[in-house]
Design a protein around this ligand. Structure first.
Ligand code: IMP
Ligand code: MG
Length: 184
């Protein structure tokens, strides 16, 4: 169970607030250059991508619109089920739009490969992915990711939008949890 002081449940900090911040600034500059003159739609995947979306979009100087989708691929545990369900769909029509999917993390890749295929089938002009974190050793399917914040080891992480059983999303850094959190 999560304790009253979330910080005390963290085993070690993998990425500090400053590291996340400077990487997002670099990615935003790349997006500004790549999408110059395009009508860009940022699609955030709830709930994990909320922090990345807020921080990344504020660093993009190019005009963008934003929309949100909620899909489920995880229960309350730590393993991907591979089963993707749409819990909340987009409000936008994707026809002819340049879409950039903003994600917190790519683990098995099952969620995003399904999502990208789904968005492409709606007639988008392009669909690319920006993911803050990626676990290369956990990949079950190849996903072509245009912008990656950091490749990390195949460990379960929380913070900066990422949860364990809906907790820890508001930590400003990314870290691993003490094993006592899983066993209690
Ligand atoms: P995938 O389908 O296995 O790539 O998993 C994608 C989703 O699982 C992510 O968007 C997260 O919501 C969740 N997830 C995967 N790895 C982690 C993790 O280490 N911590 C928290 N959530 C995770
Ligand atoms: Mg997610």
């Amino acid at each position: 169970m999560a304790s009253a002081a979330p910080e005390s449940d963290i085993e070690h900090v993998l990425l500090t607030e400053q590291q996340l911040d400077s990487r997002l600034t670099a990615i935003a500059a790349q997006i500004d250059a790549d999408y110059a003159g395009c009508d860009l739609l940022l699609v955030g995947v709830l709930k994990g991508a909320v922090m990345v979306m807020a921080d990344l979009s504020r660093r993009i100087t190019h005009p963008v619109t934003m929309d949100w989708m909620a899909v489920s691929s995880y229960g309350s545990g730590t393993k991907s089920s591979g089963v993707v369900r749409i819990l909340k769909d987009l409000d936008s029509d994707l026809h002819g739009r340049h879409v950039l999917v903003v994600e917190d993390i790519i683990d098995s890749g099952l969620t995003l490969s399904w999502l990208v295929a789904n968005l492409r089938s709606r007639g988008a002009a392009s669909v690319e992915i920006a993911a803050m974190l990626r676990k290369p050793d956990a990949a079950k399917v190849e996903v072509d990711v245009r912008y990656v914040g950091f490749d990390i080891p195949n460990e379960f992480v929380v913070g900066y939008g990422l949860d364990y059983d809906e907790h820890y999303r508001n930590l400003p850094y990314v870290g691993t949890l003490k094993s006592s959190v899983y066993s209690s």
